[in-house]
Design a protein around this ligand. Structure first.
Ligand SMILES: CC/C=C\C/C=C\C/C=C\C/C=C/C(=O)SCCNC(=O)CCNC(=O)[C@H](O)C(C)(C)COP(=O)(O)OP(=O)(O)OC[C@H]1O[C@@H](n2cnc3c(N)ncnc32)[C@H](O)[C@@H]1OP(=O)(O)O
Length: 291
């Protein structure tokens, strides 16, 4: 799916416009102009994001440092998107590792305090920022690897699933998954689709209906993560793995992209049809209540 988005962002101007409308793209850029990285190795920091870029390898490491648990608030999401935009614009940056500076937690998911009791305008902006993060990671031209060095529920799991590869710390205290159901909320369809693309239909059904959080070993078993390593090795393994991915010629990447793009389009059409059916059904229920 990530590759599919990458392809359409490269090749389909119409869809790019559609996606940019969906994602309210540019909302982050409007706040702070991106700057190109000029040095051989550089480090740029916002309050909540630190990016180390090694120009010799073309690999950047994005450290999420929003205490206590990297919850995805509007401010944090905006910083993530800005950092990503800057890296995306620097053509020498080919790979991105995303990890956490917080102990025991990769990301606690959406910031619950930023969703509750806020104005409709804030909620709209917040929700657009969530979509923007998702689209930017999924549609990135860079190879992306999530170095999941702690728990990663809900939106944190989504973030890791938008990456090309996931390496998780092998610590049974940590968990990962889309647990929204356990919180009494329904995960949006694009959370669901992202998981289907990662672990398949049946595993997603089980995961979402029961709101399951998986231990690292369980997550590996269903393919939610690709590799487990000792806690101390997560970041180094991620950078080593990146070298292998970057050795693959970009053209092959684009070819696979076309296959996945086809699947993604089919999925989108089904989703639109299902939304239309739901609206029709809701109208029918409404009418039958009137009479
Ligand atoms: C406007 C929106 C419009 C529409 C939205 C509608 C629907 C959206 C539907 C679905 C999408 C939802 C996606 C989500 O991501 S919802 C968030 C789900 N997240 C969780 O369930 C995680 C909850 N947290 C934990 O499980 C643990 O905190 C964690 C394992 C991450 C870490 O455990 P640890 O023991 O290390 O720390 P704690 O003591 O539990 O927490 C420390 C501190 O952090 C606060 N905290 C934790 N999670 C969040 C969070 N998601 N948002 C905000 N704050 C969070 C926690 O309360 C503690 O604070 P304090 O007590 O002040 O120290």
């Amino acid at each position: 799916m990530k590759m599919a988005l990458r392809a359409c962002l490269r090749t389909k101007p119409g869809l790019t416009a559609l996606l940019s409308q969906l994602s309210c793209s540019g909302h982050a850029a409007a706040r702070r102009a991106p700057a190109l990285v000029a040095q051989r190795s550089s480090s740029s920091t916002s309050q909540k994001i630190k990016v180390d870029f090694d120009q010799s390898s073309g690999v950047a490491v994005m450290h999420m440092q929003s205490p206590p648990v990297n919850s995805l608030s509007l401010e944090f999401l905006t910083d993530v998107c800005i950092a990503l935009e800057k890296l995306e614009m620097d053509k020498s940056c080919r790979g991105l590792v995303v990890t956490s500076s917080q102990p025991k937690v990769f990301s606690a998911g959406l910031d619950i305090l930023d969703m509750y009791g806020k104005s409709p305008e804030h909620c709209a902006e917040f929700w657009k920022a969530v979509q923007e993060m998702w689209l930017k990671f999924y549609g990135s031209n860079m190879i992306t690897i999530a170095a999941v060095n702690g728990s990663s529920p809900a939106g944190g799991c989504l973030l890791s699933m938008t990456c090309d590869y996931r390496i998780m710390a092998d610590n049974p205290r940590y968990s990962i998954g889309l647990n929204e159901t356990k919180l009494g909320i329904v995960a949006p369809f694009w959370f669901k689709d992202t998981m289907v693309n990662t672990v398949g239909h049946r595993a997603t059904e089980m995961a979402l209906q029961l709101g399951l959080l998986y231990s690292p070993a369980e997550a590996l078993k269903i393919g939610l993560v690709d590799q487990l390593v000792h806690e101390d090795q997560v970041l180094t393994t991620a950078t080593e793995t990146m070298t292998k991915w970057l050795a693959i010629p970009g053209i092959l990447n684009i070819s696979y992209t076309c296959h996945f793009f086809h699947l993604w389009c089919c999925n989108l059409v089904c989703t639109i049809c299902s939304c239309v059916c739901q609206v029709i059904a809701a109208k029918k229920i409404h009418l039958s209540q009137d009479f």
